[in-house]
Each structure stands twice: as C-alpha cells, then as structure tokens.
Ligand binder design. Structure first.
Ligand code: SGN
Ligand code: CA
Length: 538
C-alpha cells in the first residue's frame, strides 16, 4: 500500500511536470498586420522609399518571404481568409460588402479553447464581436486616424490621439496589466495605417512633406500591353486620386480655384466627371481637436499654397508628379509611425524576455500600388497587390536572416499557428502549415502554384472580377462577368507585367498547361462556375 501511494504520488508529480512543460513549450503568437502596407515600403524588401528598421528586425531575426501573396486582394475578405483558413468562395466573405458568417470556426476560437489567452486590438473591418478573443477593442469598419472610436466588449470608447500610437498603447497596456502569466497568448495587433486617405500624425506630416521620393518605372503606364480591366480601372493617381480627400488641398483653396480649372475632378471609367469630394477632407480632419488642428494647419497651409501657385501652370506629366509626391509623403509618413510603434512592442517583448518563446509575424492584408502602373489601391492579381509583405521570427525554430521564395498565402496562417500551438486544425481548412519552411525542410513542402479569385465589381475602383493561377514563372488570369478575357504574364522575363502574352503563339503550350492546372486548382479548392454565378450582385 505504502509503495502504491508513493508510486501514485511520483506519477502525479511526473504528469504535472509533463503538463507544465508542455504548456510552457507552447509558443506565444504576436500577429502584427497593417492595412494596405505595400512590401515596396519596407526596407527589408527595398529601401529606396523608406527605412523601416523596426519591422526589418523581424526579418533579421527570422525569415523574409519574397513570394507571399493573398487569395483575394481586398481588406475584409483577406481577414476572413486568415481567420477561417478557407478561400473566399467557401467562407462566404467574397468582398467588403458581404456579411461575414460568424457561426463558422475561426482560429482564435480554437486557441481560446485550447487554453491560450487571446486578445485583439485595432482594425478587424467587420462585425462588432470578434469570436474567440478574451479582450478586444476594435475600430468600427475602417476606423478613424484621429481620436479613433473603438468597439469594446462592454462599451464603446473614443481615445484621444493618433490611431497607430493608440492601438499600440492598448496592446502594450494589455501585456503589462492583463496578461495571465500562466497561459500562452495569441495577440492580434492590427494597424489601420496606411489605409487611404493616409492621414499621418501631425509631426510626421510636417517631416515627410519636405521629402521627395523616386518614381516607379511604370508610373506613366498607358496600359497598352494589357486588357480591358487595366484600362477601365479607376485607380489612376492622376485621374482618380482626389485633391481634397487624398492630396489634402484645403476645400476653401479648391473652391477659390474651381474657376481656374473647373475639370480637376474624378473621371470615371465611362468618362463621367464626378465632383471632387470635400467631405473626404472634413471627415478625418474634423475629428481633430483645436490643439491637434493647429499642428496640422502648418503643413496644410503649405500644401494649399503650393497647389494654388503651381497647379495651374503644370503639364499633365507635372501634375502626375505632384500628386505622386503628395501621395508618397503621406503614405510613407503613416508607415514611419507604424514602424516606430512596432519597435515599441518588440522592445517590450525583448525587455520582458517574452521574445524567447514568441512567434512574431508581420504582414499586411494585401499589397498596394505605390504608383506602379500609375495606380494606387489594390484588388488586381498583378504583383504589387497580389503579393503581400511577410516576415516571421521564431527563436530556435527559424534561423535568423533567412529568406523563402516559396508561394505562401494568407490562407496558410491558421494552420501554421495551430500546428505551432499543437492544436488540431479542422479538416476543412484549405491552407498548408509553413512550419516545414521554417525548419528548412523543403521536401515536406510541395506547392508550386496558388489560386486567386477577386470579386468586388462593380464597385469603387472598378476592377473587374477575375481568377487565376500563379507560379514562380507565370501568371494566368481570366477576367469574367462583363468581359471574357484571358491574360498571361511571363514573370521572369517581364517582371513589371507590361505585356500580356496570352495571344503570343510562342506561349500557347504554357497557357494550355496552366489552364489545365488552374482547372485542377478550382476543383481542389472547391470553386466553380456555379459558385461564381451565385455571387452576382443585384
Ligand atoms: C474605401 C477607400 C477605397 C478602398 C476601399 C477598400 N476609399 O472605400 O480607396 O479601396 O475603402 O479598402 S475612401 O474614400 O474611403 O478613402 S479596404 O482596405 O477596406 O478593402
Ligand atoms: Ca486593406
């Protein structure tokens, strides 16, 4: 009996140690995502526009993915794909307007159930009650840059300050005051910046207004090498970017000048001229208090003065240059704040030793055009919007300073995180765990092409519906709905995607092969023409 009790005692001790060790071994996850952050604006990828030393730390201490991409390049659908691990046609959130069915399983719920402490701060973009998070404060819809409102679990609240700083304060405050040291955590730290209309903090606004940025090679693209969709899209910097809303010319200045050049307006794809939108200026700026307004006024006055003096004398090309510079000044100023704030959170992890067992991910909900092809915005399967920044560090698992060129997608996050946390993934998730890539185990990774499907049309920016297949060498795309056009790009020989070679007989073998593979992918992922038809707007 005595021996039996002793045996039982030691068994229990041993068991509790195993459990404790296992709990300890489960890594924390810090998922950092910014809204519309182009990889061209991260110096780990390219430093010609801006230096982002803090974001780069994640790549330096981990792995940089150079071919990371999304399945549907638009905000809320990308977030739904990340949460559910399923393509848009299965999770149902095909575009920003569709309702997200929150009865479906999202990965944070599985983490919560498995004993993780979970939290979410910042922009989710849909719903008001994210499932599976113990604590949250999320922006309603797109949210505001200045003195943002947040939806909370118990009540809504407005917090004075600049959104990127505020979201970071909330995140760090949670770490300091709410984190349960006995549980691993899943933290979703989600920036609103650098989403349109790119309002920087007043300090960065002043600083970046003085800077000049290099132009991309394809800024003056006339779309002659592409199909109808590139030609009719409404996202050209010269013709569709708005003077007050985007370039931040004061409405009063604009009104004074209206007579000088009455048609400085938004031109729709069918040639209709739209009046410029002063609301887009008043809405964000109107949230600032008097003290904040005073700080913005200095730079706003400079912009308006410059516009009034120089705009009427400019050629079309000079106008494009002017709008591009204004765009980059504000967009990159918002990035600079994101980078500073990411640094604050990384420093907190380092100082507390939490970094040692934390997977840190930096990504965006999609890529973005920074003047390439004359564009802003996203949506297209073309590289700048199809690809998304991605870097991941995980001490002792990912070798620091490594790079992966594999075709990985936002579809893969859920299964990657679940595997890292030793939680079983539901069978109907459609991604692949990236863990073999983390470990340099390339034999266990056998995806060479990815599937893409974009739906939001007709809608803002008028990018036509399309689906396609992309591998490291080629991209085959089918634009459908009100057109029936195919495009093929030779990614290695035409990296800027200026020439659609679909009709070039030298590529007919390639397109036939890819068409078959595209069809196989549609079957594999359970997409179909019937589903396409069921997603038609009324
Ligand atoms: C707003 C923007 C668009 C942007 C969509 C979707 N216009 O409508 O430029 O494409 O959001 O962005 S604005 O007048 O509000 O600035 S998304 O990131 O939410 O998908
Ligand atoms: Ca977005």
């Amino acid at each position: 009996m005595k021996y039996y009790i002793l045996f039982l005692f030691f068994s229990l001790v041993a068991l509790s140690c195993v459990e404790k060790n296992e709990t300890k071994a489960r890594p924390n996850i810090l998922f950092i995502m910014s809204d519309d952050h182009a990889y061209q604006a991260i110096s780990a990828y390219d430093d010609k526009l801006i230096r982002t030393p803090n974001i780069d730390r994640i790549a330096d201490e981990g792995m940089l993915f150079t071919n990371a991409c999304v399945t549907n390049s638009i905000c809320a659908p990308s977030r739904a794909v990340i949460l559910t691990g399923k393509h848009s046609h299965l999770n149902g959130k095909i575009d920003n307007k569709a309702k997200f069915d929150d009865t479906q399983i999202t990965f944070p719920q599985l983490f919560q159930k498995a004993g993780y402490q979970t939290a979410m701060f910042g922009k989710l973009h849909f719903g008001n009650n994210p499932k599976g998070v113990d604590d949250f404060l999320i922006l309603p819809g797109q949210g505001s840059y200045i003195n943002p409102k947040f939806i909370g679990k118990d009540k809504d609240t407005i917090i004075t300050g600049y959104v990127t700083d505020v979201i970071t304060d909330l995140t760090i405050d949670w770490f300091k005051n709410k984190r349960d040291e006995n549980k691993p955590f899943l933290m979703m730290y989600l920036h609103k910046a650098p989403h349109r209309a790119w309002w920087p903090s007043p300090e960065k606004f002043a600083e970046f207004y003085e800077k000049e940025f290099p132009e991309p090679k394809t800024l003056y693209d006339d779309y002659s090498g592409r199909g109808t969709s590139a030609k009719t899209a409404e996202m050209n910097i010269l013709t569709h970017m708005q003077y007050m809303h985007d370039s931040k010319v004061r409405p009063s200045t604009f009104e004074e000048m209206g007579k000088v050049e009455p048609e400085i307006v938004y031109v729709k794809g069918d040639g209709t001229l739209m009046r410029p939108n002063a609301q887009g200026f008043y809405r964000p700026f109107g949230r600032a208090n008097e003290e904040q307004k005073k700080k913005y006024d200095v730079t706003l006055d400079k912009i308006s003065e410059d516009f009034k003096t120089n705009w009427p004398k400019m050629s079309h090309k000079e106008k494009m240059k002017w709008k591009y510079q204004r765009y980059m000044q504000d967009y990159l100023a918002t990035i600079s704040s994101v980078d500073d704030n990411v640094g604050r959170v990384l420093n907190y992890l380092d100082e507390t030793g939490l970094d040692e067992n934390t997977i840190v991910v930096y990504t965006s909900d999609q890529g973005f055009y920074l003047g390439e092809h004359g564009w802003f915005d996203k949506r297209f399967i073309y590289d700048e919007s199809f690809k998304t920044p991605l870097m991941i560090k995980w001490p002792n698992v990912i070798k620091p300073g490594t790079t992966s060129e594999e075709m990985v997608q936002n579809l893969d996050f859920a299964q990657t995180f679940l595997e890292a946390a030793m939680i079983k993934a539901p069978n109907d998730m459609q991604g692949e765990s990236l863990i073999p890539l983390f470990k340099g185990d390339s034999e266990k990774w056998n995806r060479d092409a990815v599937y893409y499907h974009y739906y939001e049309y007709p809608s803002v920016h008028m990018v036509k519906r399309h689906y396609g297949i992309v591998n490291k060498e080629f991209k085959l795309v089918h634009f459908y709905y009100d057109v029936d056009e195919w495009e093929l790009y030779d990614r290695l020989n035409d990296p800027y995607e200026m020439n659609n070679v679909y009709d070039d007989p030298r590529y007919s073998e390639v397109s036939n092969k890819l068409k078959k593979e595209l069809n196989d992918l549609r079957i594999k992922y359970k997409d179909s023409e019937e589903l396409d038809k069921s997603f038609i707007y009324k």
